[in-house]
Design a protein around this ligand. Structure first.
Ligand SMILES: Nc1ncnc2c1ncn2[C@@H]1O[C@H](COP(=O)(O)OP(=O)(O)O)[C@@H](O)[C@H]1O
Ligand SMILES: *[C@@H]1O[C@H](CO)[C@@H](O)[C@H](O)[C@H]1NC(C)=O
Ligand SMILES: *[C@@H]1O[C@H](CO)[C@@H](O)[C@H](O)[C@H]1NC(C)=O
Ligand SMILES: *[C@@H]1O[C@H](CO)[C@@H](O)[C@H](O)[C@H]1NC(C)=O
Ligand SMILES: *[C@@H]1O[C@H](CO)[C@@H](O)[C@H](O)[C@H]1NC(C)=O
Ligand SMILES: *[C@@H]1O[C@H](CO)[C@@H](O)[C@H](O)[C@H]1NC(C)=O
Ligand SMILES: *[C@@H]1O[C@H](CO)[C@@H](O)[C@H](O)[C@H]1NC(C)=O
Ligand SMILES: [Mg+2]
Length: 504
């Protein structure tokens, strides 16, 4: 057919190559064993584990086995697409007309399911569709848009997918995701079943699932899906490439070195995301694989990218002990509701993972001292799972409010020892000293709420002899101020104000 295979085919080859290269250079990498352990450590009960994890068994697999897994995953994908969300929660959020339409759709799809079950005998032989299309909002991107890309750059890969940055039309930078032919998912499957095309299909349903979720879930902290492209590649028909918003892979080490304000922003984005996921149109969604590498940073905000391990199934139970969540440092047993569901398990799993991967590292350290008690309470309450997401969300938004409004400064001491002389339209270029955590790698550039706070900061640094009020602000609207160790060389500079310490 008239499908093109230009650059993305090159991308596939490159990713194949990269995967192979990684295998050569980077063992032990991330094998299936580790993924299973990881998922258990993420508080995932066995019943929720991906059926593909059967792949890990040592015995060589039969074709029937692979066909069953393909069908199971296909059906899962169709469930997400058709919105058979088990959802009284989902229904409560929609207006009456939409609700009636949803009921109709559900009725239709259950009819469909019924028919499917009758035909199950025949279907055991038939393979599910290789191509699943979505109705995306215009203007969406497709094969024509990625036929001529420039600046292809490898961004990262995980167990299943490889991600590249490309520039479209010489102007727009986006991320392209595809199944990694050199990745562990395909490799392990081929080792067991020896069927590259079917193994590709099995892995590609994860990408399809992610694509559907990215389309249906709309939130500032979920990466935007721009489009997708099916084309023939590596001798396989209908290979899928998704086109999405570009981010920067999350580097925890780097985050630990940034200001509290920026680290707080990451935690706040995460909590806003989890709040949305707990009340999503599909029901309460949990991210089974929650490690930091499943998220990226876009303009300082955290956004989730890897959605193929998301689940809307709340674990069923007959007693509380069925609602057991195991983590490396801590286990929890949740309540089993009268409806036979583990209460808020999806939400609580997300929240505990947020606590252990993000909050403990990012939230309390070098926070303004008056906010510290509140932050300690938040960290403790999420670490003990005492709060749900709604309470956590409200508390973080309250911290944001106190910080932005300057109310957190109310209890600070007003005893200033020194006077400062205001010199408008001037700056001090050199005379930098280092402080931590600074917005500038050479000088001491910090954000302040007002002049009073700037003076307090200068008073607390023994080197500080002056500071320069810039015209730049941070994401919360706070002013960026350069602190300086000498004030003898003040030079003209529009839009800046120098404050020179004169007494004390
Ligand atoms: N939109 C994006 N922008 C930048 N980097 C991304 C993007 N999506 C994913 N990545 C990077 O690629 C890696 C692999 O993507 P992911 O979807 O997590 O694949 P897998 O399912 O194999 O884990 C991620 O860990 C992340 O660092
Ligand atoms: C790229 O340019 C083509 C032709 O000018 C246009 O049809 C297409 O929409 C553009 N794509 C993007 C992503 O801007
Ligand atoms: C591809 O894009 C570049 C600029 O980004 C343009 O110069 C070139 O003509 C395009 N080629 C095709 C075949 O569209
Ligand atoms: C959690 O439960 C597992 C399995 O029952 C047990 O082996 C482990 O010691 C428990 N961990 C903690 C920290 O209680
Ligand atoms: C929470 O606080 C209590 C009481 O100080 C303490 O015993 C517990 O270890 C803390 N839990 C976490 C997860 O920080
Ligand atoms: C400031 O002090 C008052 C009274 O001691 C207290 O109620 C309030 O919570 C404090 N504010 C902050 C932001 O710590
Ligand atoms: C800050 O000042 C510089 C230099 O005068 C100017 O170019 C820039 O636009 C200003 N930025 C803002 C946010 O006002
Ligand atoms: Mg991943």
């Amino acid at each position: 057919m008239r499908r093109r295979r230009v650059t993305v085919a090159a991308g596939f080859c490159f990713s194949f190559f990269m995967g192979t290269l990684l295998n050569l250079l980077f063992i032990p990498g991330f094998d299936h064993h580790q993924q299973r352990e990881q998922q258990q450590q993420n508080g995932v009960t066995r019943s929720l584990l991906d059926p593909s994890l059967d792949l890990q068994e040592e015995t060589p697999g039969s074709a029937l086995d692979l066909a069953r897994q393909l069908r199971e995953r296909y059906e899962e994908v169709m469930r997400y697409r058709e919105n058979r969300a088990s959802g009284s929660a989902a229904k409560r959020l929609v207006r009456p007309l939409e609700r009636r339409l949803m009921d109709l759709a559900q009725w239709a799809s259950s009819e469909h399911l019924h028919k499917e079950q009758q035909q199950r005998g025949d279907l055991a032989n038939a393979l599910p569709k290789s191509r699943i299309d979505l109705a995306l909002r215009a203007p969406w991107l497709g094969c024509r848009d990625i036929g001529n890309v420039t600046d292809l750059r490898y961004l990262g890969s995980g167990y299943t997918k490889a991600v590249y940055k490309v520039v479209l039309n010489g102007s727009v930078a986006v991320a392209l995701k595809s199944v990694d032919f050199g990745g562990h998912d395909i490799e392990n499957c081929v080792k067991r079943f020896g069927a590259v095309e079917d193994c590709y299909r099995l892995a590609s349903y994860k990408l399809v699932k992610e694509m559907i979720l990215l389309q249906r879930l709309q939130h500032p902290n979920i990466l935007q899906l721009y489009g997708y492209c099916y084309q023939d590649s590596n001798d396989i028909s209908d290979t899928l490439t998704t086109i999405m918003e570009l981010g920067a892979p999350l580097e925890m080490i780097q985050l630990l070195q940034t200001s509290w304000e920026d680290r707080f922003r990451i935690c706040l984005s995460l909590v806003r995301l989890l709040h949305y996921l707990a009340h999503s149109p599909l029901g309460s969604i949990t991210l089974l694989d929650f490690r930091p590498r499943q998220f990226v940073i876009v303009d300082g905000e955290l956004k989730v990218t890897d959605m193929d391990d998301a689940s809307i199934e709340e674990a069923s139970c007959s007693r509380n002990s069925d609602c057991f969540m195991e983590f490396p440092a801590r286990n929890f047993t949740l309540l089993c509701s009268v409806e036979g569901r583990c209460q808020n398990m999806n939400e609580k799993r997300n929240l505990y993972n947020a606590y252990r991967f993000f909050f403990t590292y990012l939230l309390p350290h070098s926070a303004p001292s008056s906010l510290r008690p509140m932050l300690d309470v938040i960290v403790n309450a999420t670490g003990e799972l005492r709060w749900g997401i709604d309470e956590t969300f409200a508390q973080l938004e309250r911290v944001l409010y106190l910080y932005k409004s300057g109310l957190y400064l109310q209890n600070a001491s007003h005893a200033h020892k020194a006077e400062y002389r205001r010199v408008p339209d001037t700056s001090i270029v050199e005379e930098n000293y280092k402080c931590w955590p600074s917005y500038h790698h050479k000088g001491c550039l910090l954000s302040v709420f007002d002049l009073r706070e700037a003076i307090e900061v200068c008073e607390s640094h023994s080197q500080c002899k002056a500071f320069v009020w810039t015209n730049q602000t941070t994401w919360t609207g706070r002013q960026l101020v350069f602190f300086k160790m000498d004030s003898s060389r003040v030079v003209p500079a529009p839009d800046k104000i120098t404050y020179v310490k004169v007494t004390g």
